[in-house]
Design a protein around this ligand. Structure first.
Ligand SMILES: NC(=O)c1ccc[n+]([C@@H]2O[C@H](COP(=O)([O-])OP(=O)(O)OC[C@H]3O[C@@H](n4cnc5c(N)ncnc54)[C@H](O)[C@@H]3O)[C@@H](O)[C@H]2O)c1
Length: 273
């Protein structure tokens, strides 16, 4: 067992991925923005000059557990599928941001049933996950409706026909390019609607979660409007995030959601839980 939760030594963190989110998290830890947390290893797919400048071990994904207590997956759904179960089995705790991968029930079972490390899920780009989880403890969640609006070109996918692609890439109209169940939304937009998966996991079921994905040529933000009807009450959250300067598909707040989680895990007093 490692010492998450305010042990006597720093929480040793390894990053799986060094992209928009991973690099921001890694540099913040190195700056000392997460007291009680130490960046001990990074597993990156490619060479990164800025990573060479940091005093941190670069290792293969499978070697992360021998360098750290907690692996943070900031790579891709595929990386979580490929490495998640083995990282947990090797005893590392695992905090994931590529939440869409959890649409695969078998993977979710493997990640949560292991005798090794503990799976944790980043709140990522949205808030309200806490109250949704609380609703689920109290009773039924009848309906969760997510409308995600992003700058139109970032939503283009390989499965789209030429006309839909054209409307998203160069059109001037707002386009609803998907309406349907959350599980399908996550499969169709693997890097753009992790939020739908987060809502389904928080609600404890994919069934009540419906998603609209909207491309807006004039949008400069990634917006999520979430309407919930539950036994405990009705809720509406509207989140309008600035995109990451490094990756317009991601929101700039996401690495800071990860850092907040690290503060909780490292036992910093006065944090919300
Ligand atoms: N939960 C949320 O709300 C939320 C929000 C935004 C992004 N995300 C997800 O977070 C993930 C990272 O986002 P990002 O904006 O940093 O993406 P990014 O493309 O900027 O960075 C991902 C990095 O991971 C690397 N990578 C991919 N597969 C890897 C592997 N097998 N081993 C090591 N490195 C690997 C890539 O080379 C890249 O450098 C994506 O899956 C994205 O969909 C989740």
């Amino acid at each position: 067992m490692n010492e998450l939760g305010g042990g006597t030594r720093p929480l040793r963190v390894g990053l799986l991925g060094w992209g928009a989110i991973g690099a921001e998290v890694g540099r913040a830890i190195q700056r000392g923005d997460a007291p009680g947390v130490e960046l001990t290893a990074v597993a990156a797919l490619h060479h990164h000059d800025d990573l060479d400048e940091l005093d941190v071990s670069q290792v293969a994904p499978g070697d992360l557990p021998s360098h750290c207590d907690l692996v943070i997956e900031v790579a891709s759904q595929q990386a979580l599928i490929d490495y998640g179960p083995d990282l947990l089995a090797a005893g590392a705790d695992l905090l994931v941001v590529s939440v869409g991968a959890l649409a695969d029930d078998q993977l979710f079972e493997r990640l949560t049933a292991t005798d090794g490390g503990r799976l944790m899920i980043s709140t990522g780009a949205i808030g309200g996950i806490d109250i949704l989880s609380a609703c689920r403890q109290l009773g039924r969640i009848d309906d969760v409706h997510l409308t995600t609006t992003k700058p139109a070109p970032v939503l283009v996918q390989s499965w789209m026909d030429a006309e839909l692609r054209r409307r998203l890439e160069t059109g001037t109209e707002v386009v609803t390019c998907f309406s349907g169940p959350a599980r399908e939304a996550v499969l169709r937009f693997p890097t753009s609607v992790n939020v739908a998966a987060a809502l389904a996991v928080a609600a404890g079921s994919w069934e009540p979660v419906r998603v609209d994905v909207v491309g807006d040529p004039a949008a400069s933000r990634n917006t999520h409007v979430i309407d919930v009807r539950a036994d405990s009450g009705d809720y509406r959250f509207e989140i309008s995030n600035r995109p990451s300067p490094q990756n317009p598909r991601s929101s700039h707040v996401v690495p800071f959601a990860v850092l907040r989680a690290l503060n909780v895990l490292a036992g910093r007093p006065g944090e919300f839980v």
